[in-house]
Design a protein around this ligand. Structure first.
Ligand code: ADP
Ligand code: MG
Length: 256
């Protein structure tokens, strides 16, 4: 049975998409079958895995709004073993269009159907907001993986995220868990980064992964080639740390 993990943090630019794409590829290298679901109208996970706009006939918008079966929308990515449900700018209006829809919070959950039987891991890349789309992903997921950028205001806004999680637990998904908290863009040379990592560890305790993601320029170059870091530069620090993260995730599920 597959695990459904929502990657979320309402702050933009904290590494949600980078982690989705690179964790997916690293898990696939451990032999897992992975599905990415892009739920951000920016479509960065979609382009970052080598899917060209011209090849997208239907996307997550059609699944959420037009009842198109999820599996009809799935495309392969540049990394073998990783598929994607793409997103395009069409999704930008979905928050408003979902508002009057029946069971609007459970559209994604219902659409997922038996996807767990087809994939070992489903990673949902969230938009930088806490709207209806995010409520849909929290309602559909088993757990939330929270990337936190190692910067001065790192913890700001996380209370709101936890509050949303609590609300979704109460009303739609009582078993929702924290998958883990991932420190991203850590600069090992600065005291600030070390202080922030320590603060986040105090706040989330053992939920913070041992693996931390350092700033690595190769990680920021890979998306423009439509490649995961392990394909773009397998010897880079970025490739190493995302492989370590995949290992930690698999261990936490007792799968290695
Ligand atoms: P989000 O999805 O949370 O908005 P992204 O994953 O798109 O964040 O990351 C924001 C920007 O930072 C992107 O340009 C990305 O390439 C870059 N980036 C992400 N993680 C790293 C890292 N560890 N080192 C360097 N650049 C990174
Ligand atoms: Mg993103």
């Amino acid at each position: 049975m597959g695990h459904i993990i929502a990657l979320a943090n309402q702050k933009g630019g904290v590494g949600k998409t980078t982690t989705t794409v690179n964790l997916a590829a690293a898990l696939a290298n451990f032999g897992k079958k992975v599905l990415i679901i892009d739920t951000d109208a920016q479509g960065n996970a979609t382009s970052g895995t080598g899917v060209h706009k011209s090849n997208i006939e239907q996307d997550i918008y059609d699944v959420l709004i037009n009842d198109v079966p999820l599996m009809e929308v799935v495309l392969p990515t540049s990394h073998e073993g990783v598929d994607i449900v793409p997103a395009t700018i069409r999704l930008a209006g979905a928050e408003l269009e979902l508002a009057p829809v029946m069971a609007r919070e459970l559209r994604l959950k219902n659409a997922l159907g038996d996807v767990r039987e087809k994939y070992d891991y489903v990673l949902i890349d969230n938009p930088p907001s806490l709207g209806l789309v995010t409520i849909n992903t929290f309602s559909a997921a088993d757990s939330i993986l929270i990337p936190v950028q190692a910067e001065y205001y790192a913890l700001e806004g996380l209370g709101q995220l936890m509050n949303n999680m609590k609300l979704v637990k109460r009303h739609f998904n009582p078993d929702l868990k924290i998958e883990g908290v991932l420190m991203t863009m850590v600069d090992p040379r600065t005291n600030l980064s070390a202080d922030v990592v320590e603060n986040v560890r105090e706040y989330f305790n053992s939920e913070v992964y041992d693996t931390v993601i350092p700033r690595n320029v190769r990680l920021s170059e890979a998306p423009s080639r439509g490649l995961a870091i392990i394909d773009y530069d397998p010897r880079s620090k970025g490739a190493e740390v995302y492989t370590n993260l995949a290992e930690e995730v698999l261990k936490s599920h007792g799968e290695i």
